[in-house]
Structure formats: structure tokens, C-alpha cells
Design a protein around this ligand. Structure first.
Ligand code: PLP
Length: 405
């Protein structure tokens, strides 16, 4: 029989967070092993429940949610998103500028599909949340990675951004708060990125899905609030701040200079229409979530479970010889570095496999986030304190063995 092959469009597409190491973990679970999962930012499965009011709201509205909605989304949640963007000082957003999606993920892919032709380049951070790199490649574009500087708290390296701009650069992706590093960008860095975008007429794609998951009383600034004269796409959703990944409720807001972007916006509208609409039950949750009690504050504030687990995980990880880690100011992740002399890792996927096989702990290797050297890995600090300290203890034991090799 003729082999059925995947499309050539997928040749450069990679999404290792749910890649081969996870497949191995699933197989081990089927064989009866208990795996401690530090691999995915899926809050609800670790007992971080969504606000009850949004669950009740979805249940109440299920009977009204059987039909298709407007392609961009229902009126009430879009209105709530409009108010939310006003609260974040993003100017000039109308109802027409708001797209609701099945999670931010769908809109990330849509935003790139509507934009890119072969040879177009998009600046994406390294390390990144790899869906951005994958979406650029799938859309026929070329992801060009700009460095975030670990020695400077993982902030974007503005000189590196400038160096990597070419006449083909169409957009720059800014993930703030950042996955996988937990960095939160100060306003000065955002202003410099806006300046570069302004000079080179780049679209700013701002992924702000963790904008309320902030520690140590940090404040988040939306880059779009600094960029009235630059076209900005701001992505957000319920998955993280409201512990509702499974409801698949996300949104994208188009702001800034839109007059010269009519054709692109037509493309976005076309793609939004083609997928008919986002799931309606998830849309019902948005208005209640944004207008309701912001219970994430109890988790990240003094005595909060996320704050305590971040502190504990950071302390335990950095106590391991040869492991350093920038302490995250936001989000759910840490991206520790392994000293290359102590841990001469040639292939970090293999490293993740071995850790899984020997210690039953699942992490994601750093190269899965488009990091250029095999000397980092990402952990989530979501399992309860006992599991988390158990997992990091096992990582420490595994690394001790690695040093002796
Ligand atoms: N953007 C970032 C930075 C993420 O970390 C994630 C999920 O982990 C997403 C987007 C996907 O969000 P959603 O669940 O809304 O599709």
C-alpha cells in the first residue's frame, strides 16, 4: 500500500510539550507506574479549582449554548473583554476588534495563518512557548528566535532583536508574563520593543495569558497600552488565571494603528468565520470570570498555595549542585540551568527520557522551548507540596548519578 505521509507543511513544526517523552510516560502509566508530572501547566488537575461561579454559570447556560454563535463570539463576553482591555489602558478597542477562540491557542494559529507568506519572518523569543514557533512554521513563515537573557532575569535582549530584523520581518512575539521562564517585563523593556516595532512597522503579538498570575505584588503592563500607533494583537484567556484550561475560552484583541491593516483584518475575519465559532459554553464563562471575584490573588498572594510552591520548588532546585534558576516573578514554571561541566548533556530529550525511566518524574527538555543548548529543562510547580518535594528530591538523586557517570 502507498504510505500515508504527513503534509510537508509539518516538516518544521515541533511541539515537544506533548511530544515523545509524554508518550513514554503514558505507556509507563498503562504499565502501572505512578509518574509525578511536572510537564504541563494544567492547573485544575492539581486541585487548583476554577472559581465556582464560572462553573455554575456554564451549567446554568448549557441549555442556551447549543447553537453556533457569532464567529467572533457572543456579545456579552466580548463586551466584558472590552472593559477588561480598557482597565489595562489599551486604547480604542471596539467590539469588532475582539475575537473569542477555543483557547488562545486557536487564535495564535489563526493570527499567523492570516498573516504569513513563504519567506515572511516572525521574531519569536528563545526560549518560547513553542506553539508560537510552531504556528509561524505551519503558516509557511520563518520563525527567527531572539534571545532572552538569563543573566538579566530572562528579559528580551533588545540588541539581539534589532540584529535579527530583516526586510522580511513582519511581527514580533512578546510572551509576558513568560512561559517557560516566569519573567515579567518592566515597562522600559516593553517601551524599547514598541520603539523597534514602530521603526520597522512590525505587528506586536502579545501573549499575556498569565497576566494575573503574579508574585511578590508585581504589576503587569500590557504592551498594547504603550503602542497606540503600532498594530497589536493581545492574547489572553481563562485557562490559567481562572484555572479553566479545559473550557477552551481565550480571546484576541486587535488594537493600535488599524487603518493600514484592513486587508489583514479581513483575513482574520475570514478565518474566524471558517471555524464558525468558539465553543459556546466556554464563552458563557468569560463574562462571569472577568467580572467576578479574582480568586487567583488568594493563590499568588501571601500564604497562597502557588506562592508557597514557587518558593519551595525554587529553594529545593537551586540547592542541587550545578543547578541555577532565575526565580519566577509570574506564571507557573521554572526554567533551571544545568552546569554544562557537571552535566555534559548531549541530547536533552534523552536526558528527560532517562529521568522518567529512572525516577518516574516527567519534565520537558529545554530545547522543546526552542532553547539553543541542551542545558535547561522546564518544571511546573503545581503538584501538591509533598509530591513537588518528592519530585525534586528524585531529580536531585538522578543528577547525583549523572555527575558520577
Ligand atoms: N500562551 C501561553 C504562553 C501558554 O503557556 C499557553 C498554555 O500553556 C497558551 C498560550 C495556551 O492557552 P489556551 O489554553 O488559552 O489555549
Amino acid at each position: 500500500m502507498r504510505p500515508i505521509q504527513k503534509s510537508k507543511k509539518l516538516a518544521d513544526v515541533c511541539y515537544d510539550i506533548r511530544g515523545p517523552v509524554l508518550e513514554k510516560a503514558k505507556q509507563m502509566e498503562e504499565e502501572g507506574h505512578k509518574i509525578i508530572k511536572l510537564n504541563i501547566g494544567n492547573l485544575a488537575v492539581f486541585g487548583f479549582d476554577p472559581p465556582d461561579e464560572i462553573v455554575q454559570d456554564m451549567i446554568l447556560n448549557l441549555h442556551n449554548a447549543a447553537g453556533y454563535t457569532d464567529s467572533k463570539g457572543m456579545f456579552a463576553p466580548r463586551k466584558a473583554i472590552m472593559h477588561y482591555t480598557q482597565g489595562k489602558n489599551i486604547a480604542g478597542v471596539t467590539m469588532e476588534d475582539i475575537y473569542i477562540g477555543n483557547g488562545a491557542s486557536e487564535l495564535i494559529v489563526m493570527s499567523m495563518n492570516a498573516l504569513l507568506n513563504g519567506g515572511d519572518e516572525v521574531l519569536v523569543p528563545a526560549p518560547d512557548y513553542p506553539l508560537w514557533t510552531a504556528a509561524v512554521s505551519l503558516s509557511g513563515g520563518k520563525p527567527v528566535h531572539y534571545l532572552c537573557d538569563e543573566s538579566n532575569g530572562w528579559l528580551p535582549d533588545i540588541d539581539d532583536i534589532k540584529k535579527k530584523i530583516t526586510p522580511n520581518t513582519k511581527a514580533i512575539v512578546v510572551i509576558n508574563p513568560n512561559n517557560p521562564t516566569g519573567a515579567l517585563y518592566p515597562v522600559e523593556i516593553l517601551q524599547q520593543i514598541v520603539e523597534v516595532a514602530r521603526q520597522h512597522q512590525l505587528i506586536v503579538c502579545a501573549d499575556e495569558i498569565y497576566d494575573k498570575t503574579l508574585y511578590d505584588e508585581a504589576q503587569h503592563v500590557s504592551i498594547a497600552s504603550l503602542a497606540d500607533d503600532v498594530l497589536c494583537l493581545t492574547l489572553n484567556g481563562l485557562s490559567k488565571n481562572y484555572r479553566s484550561c479545559g473550557y477552551r475560552a481565550g480571546w484576541m484583541v486587535v488594537s493600535g494603528e488599524k487603518r493600514h491593516a484592513k486587508d489583514y483584518i479581513e483575513g482574520l475575519n475570514m478565518l474566524a468565520s471558517m471555524r464558525l465559532c468558539a465553543n459556546a459554553p466556554g464563552q458563557y464563562a468569560i463574562q462571569t470570570a472577568l467580572g467576578g471575584y479574582q480568586s487567583i490573588a488568594d493563590l499568588v498572594g501571601p500564604g497562597g498555595r502557588l506562592l508557597k510552591q514557587r518558593d519551595m520548588a525554587h529553594k529545593l532546585l537551586t540547592a542541587i549542585p550545578g543547578v541555577t534558576c532565575v526565580k519566577p516573578k509570574s506564571a507557573l514554571y521554572m526554567f533551571p540551568k544545568l552546569d554544562a561541566k557537571m552535566y555534559p548533556i548531549a541530547d536533552d530529550q534523552q536526558f528527560a527520557y532517562e529521568l522518567l525511566e529512572e525516577e518516574r518524574v516527567l519534565i520537558v527538555q529545554g530545547t522543546g522551548f526552542n532553547w539553543h543548548t541542551p542545558d535547561h529543562f522546564r518544571v511546573v510547580f503545581l503538584p501538591n507540596a509533598d509530591d513537588l518535594s518528592d519530585a525534586i528530591g528524585r531529580i536531585a538523586r538522578f543528577l547525583e548519578g549523572y555527575r558520577r557517570r
